[in-house]
Design a protein around this ligand. Structure first.
Ligand SMILES: [Zn+2]
Length: 661
């Protein structure tokens, strides 16, 4: 029995590791997220039943263990020194001249790699297991972030390789999609944004609660392979190839350059094309490829003589601040925005830059009429870096006392960076509130986009969020560029949203500090919207992850007259005010397993999956004898052949939708 459990656990671990590698390193998943989650849950259950078989390299540790008090300092196996910088091509050529001189005319080549803008970290392995992860720190001593590093899915916790003990070094990063997602979530929860992906990666790795790190979608790209602090391969290129074979994430654009001309061309190419990458880079790292030659060149006191970091010039520009105006967001938060004399920055014309909040305006000392330096990076909103020269005629910025959109009162609460318009019917808030309510991850009302919401609010057709449930076909047909077909479709989508679960409604209300996750926890803990609305601060704090700040925010929200009216209107619209447990899901497709393949005519893969699961069915990533139906769309591939081979029913989208009530 014990032996069986051991084998089962080891098998699940191996499978999960393989799928993590396929998903996070190769970006070629073979199974759906739901199947992965199910496999992970089976393993968790088995490990709970057999605690003696737990192991720190088990994929279950990816979700993060107990919080901790602080980080222990650890010494690196050999110093993690930083590289010298070349700030322009002349400095790059000067580096090349020194290398050629140092090698006495021997032939050599460079390996050029993209310089990721992240946080350097070393990960140590013993007998193939990741045992320690240390941040760069001051280069000699860093912080032990082992538990948090375990949650980074692209860092293998177990490696099959001939090397018994080794260390890898690389960069912990957050790609731009994850970064923007995180900031959008922080906006919704009323938390300050991260300034750039580097800060968010560093912040996320050093959070004392590994569970939070686990949700932050960090990535780890490696570029050094060391044994006892020494490089082991004969060249950098061979080391990168070895690391990739071991299953580590190695950035794939590295290139061998035979001379400085090729190296300079590589740097120029990526300086111009960096926006095409899914992550932020701030330069190129060039290393003399041969480790033997690296050793002959040696080190200065501060940095290796065989490597250089070519830094891209920051994409900055100088321009005039014509005015500072405030924008009103969904939560009523006022954001000062600098309206600029349009200026090209790295190939894009910039005419606005965010100033975040009142404190930031004070810190920069910026006023309308000033000449400022602005900076743009990736697809992050441009920002003002500093005042270059104060204008002759300046207008100091003052946060308005009344909302520029509705004239309502502006309040800045103690300890908060943001000033807010407190009128919940403020049109600026209303448009944003409807967009948030209708968003995919909230009530998922397709077609309820910016253009439509602008018209609905401007024409007075919708006066509060619940108003969308009162829209008629006639209302919609009055709007610009709205045909009957699309109007009906939107009404259908609104209709369907009445069935969304309680957690989504809670998230949709836009209560400050209550995002997707908190909403879910509240729904589970209280069971109904009324119970949450009636709870006092103390009762609210009994829900998981709800502290004094969040509970106060929820409590005040439901004590405000307009908000209470909104809740009643939503109730009248027939929304789901009670928490539906999974077992109250539909039963039409109970015990049926579906496989989706090809492009369906109207549903996305995710939508089809949600529909099937909502009706009690299961969706699997691969066809087997257990599959009941294969739903095939255009360009269906090998799954269709497999289904034919096994004699499984093949249906189209129309048939699928007929099966779902
Ligand atoms: Zn307002």
């Amino acid at each position: 029995m014990e032996h069986d459990a051991y084998q089962q656990i080891e098998h699940l671990r191996d499978e999960l590791r393989r799928h993590e590698y396929l998903y996070y390193v190769l970006d070629q998943p073979e199974i759906t997220d739901a199947e992965y989650d199910a496999m992970m849950r089976s393993l968790q259950v088995l490990e709970q039943q057999h605690p003696e078989l737990d192991s720190p390299d088990s994929p279950t540790h990816r979700v993060g263990g107990a919080p901790r008090e602080g980080f222990v300092k650890l010494r690196h196996s050999s110093p993690m020194l930083s590289l010298d910088n070349a700030l322009n091509e002349a400095e790059l050529r000067e580096f090349d001249r020194r290398v050629r001189e140092g090698l006495n005319g021997e032939s050599f080549q460079y390996t050029a790699e993209l310089k990721m803008d992240g946080l350097s970290m070393a990960a140590q392995f013993e007998q193939g297991r990741m045992v320690r992860a240390i941040t760069r720190g001051d280069g000699e001593v860093g912080e032990d972030v082992t538990e948090n590093a375990r949650t980074i899915r692209s860092l293998p916790l177990r490696v099959k390789d001939a090397l018994a003990r080794f260390e890898v070094r690389g960069e912990v990063m957050m790609n731009l999609a994850a970064f923007n997602h995180l900031n959008a979530q922080r906006d919704r929860e009323g938390l300050p944004r991260y300034a750039n992906p580097r800060n968010s990666a560093a912040g996320s790795l050093r959070i004392l609660e590994p569970k939070i790190t686990s949700r932050r979608k960090l990535d780890y790209y490696v570029y050094f392979l060391l044994v006892n602090g020494e490089q082991v391969e004969h060249s950098q290129k061979a080391a990168l190839e070895h690391l990739a074979r071991m299953g580590f994430h190695v950035e794939g654009h590295h290139q061998t350059c035979r001379d400085i001309e090729e190296l300079a061309a590589f740097c120029l190419h990526w300086e111009q094309n960096r926006d095409s990458l899914p992550f932020q880079i701030d330069g190129v790292v060039a290393k003399v490829d041969s480790i033997g030659q690296q050793q002959r060149l040696g080190w200065t006191a501060k940095a290796p003589r065989w490597a250089i970091a070519f830094k891209f010039p920051p994409r900055q520009a100088e321009t005039l601040v014509e005015a500072i105006e405030v924008q009103v967001g969904r939560t009523g938060a006022l954001t000062p925005v600098a309206h600029l004399k349009p200026v090209p920055v790295g190939g894009v014309i910039v005419s606005r830059a965010t100033l975040h909040n009142e404190d930031e305006v004070q810190r920069l000392g910026v006023q309308a009429g000033d000449t400022v330096i602005i900076e743009r990076s990736g697809d992050v909103i441009p920002k003002v870096v500093r005042v270059k020269s104060p204008g002759a005629r300046r207008t100091p910025f003052r946060m308005p006392k009344h909302c520029p959109v509705c004239g309502g009162e502006i309040v800045r609460q103690e300890g908060e960076a943001a000033s807010r318009c407190i009128n919940t019917d403020c049109p600026a808030r209303l448009k944003e509130s409807i967009l948030h309510f209708a968003a995919r991850e909230v009530m998922d009302i397709e077609g309820m986009g910016e253009a439509l919401v602008d018209q609905l609010v401007d024409r007075g057709l919708v006066k509060n969020v619940a108003g969308i449930y009162g829209l008629t076909l006639d209302d919609l047909l009055k709007l610009e560029r709205m045909g009957e077909k699309s109007a009906r479709k939107i009404l259908d989508n609104i209709e369907r949203s009445r069935k969304r679960p309680l957690a989504r409604i809670l998230n949709g209300l836009g209560i400050p500090f209550v995002g997707e996750r908190t909403a879910q926890l509240l729904a589970e803990a209280f069971g109904s919207l009324d119970a949450i609305a009636q709870a006092d601060r103390e009762e609210l704090q009994r829900a998981e992850e709800v502290g004094p700040k969040v509970s106060a925010s929820i409590y005040e929200f439901f004590r405000e007259t307009h908000n209470r009216q909104l809740v009643e209107r939503l109730r009248a619209a027939g929304l789901q005010f009670t928490f539906a447990h999974a077992n109250t899901r539909g039963t039409a497709l109970r015990d049926l397993t579906f496989v989706l393949t090809g492009t369906l005519p109207t549903l996305t893969r995710e939508e089809a999956k949600q529909r099937i699961e909502a009706a009690g069915g299961k969706v699997s990533g691969s066809v087997s004898r257990k599959t009941n139906y294969v739903v095939a769309g255009e360009q269906a591939g090998s799954k269709l052949d497999k289904a034919r081979e096994l004699g499984i029913d093949i249906i189209d989208e129309v048939r699928l939708l007929e099966m779902i009530p």
